[in-house]
Design a binder for this molecule. Structure first.
Ligand SMILES: [Zn+2]
Length: 212
């Protein structure tokens, strides 16, 4: 179970596999800047996008489908051959996961937690998009290592905090910790995703963003 927990938010590069096995949910789609998304998600992305001015012109397809991992952010494999301004990303949101993970799929989270976790995913996009191809390839191979993933996901939470999303990330971390008793498996200083107490510590590092 611990092992499984280690993987539950792993960003996935297995784009072909997930596409062929996952069932896309067809609902009304809309656009926000270059983001394709279900209209039900629009308020969350409208809240989030001002925190990510660097993604204003970036193509992101937000899909909802059945998949085991609650959320995945995937750079398109084709980015390797595309000019940077044409890079594309997919954020996939699970509508149905494993029984013990269902309580923390996006649809079952509070509004603040939804913004927190979607902000974490947009932080992945920001991270990829502010680096070059070499970084994308490094992350791809880095996924073999559990230790690498720990650092990678932790740093993604840090990126979200640097974007001003601390309170939303805190809401998400608190809700998921309560729902899946994550604290049993995570000690501060060794967690893959920041615990609420770690988020508070990191917010204090940025008094210019977090005034209180
Ligand atoms: Zn992540």
């Amino acid at each position: 179970m611990v092992r499984l927990l280690l993987f539950y938010f792993v960003i996935s590069f297995s784009i072909g596999i997930s596409k062929s096995t996952a069932q896309s949910i067809k609902t009304s789609t809309t656009e926000l800047s270059q983001i394709q998304l279900d209209s039900s998600l629009l308020p969350y992305f409208e809240t989030l996008m001002p925190y990510f001015p660097e993604l204003n012109e970036v193509y992101i397809n937000v899909k909802q489908r059945k998949q085991m991992i609650p959320l995945t952010t995937t750079p398109s494999i084709g980015n390797v051959f595309r000019k940077k301004q044409n890079w594309k990303y997919t954020i996939a949101i699970s509508t149905e996961s494993l029984k013990f993970l269902n309580p923390i799929t996006v649809k079952n989270l509070s509004d603040s937690s939804k913004i927190g976790v979607l902000g974490h995913e947009l932080s992945h996009v920001s991270d990829f998009h502010t680096h070059g191809r070499g970084y994308m390839i490094k992350v791809f191979f880095g996924h073999i290592s559990s230790k690498y993933l720990d650092r990678f996901e932790f740093e993604t939470d840090h990126i979200a905090i640097k974007h001003g999303l601390g309170k939303y990330l805190y809401a998400w971390s608190t809700e998921t910790s309560e729902k899946i008793k994550q604290n049993k498996f995570k000690k501060q200083g060794k967690e893959r995703y920041m615990l609420p107490s770690t988020i508070v510590l990191y917010m204090k590092k940025y008094p210019e963003i977090y005034l209180n």
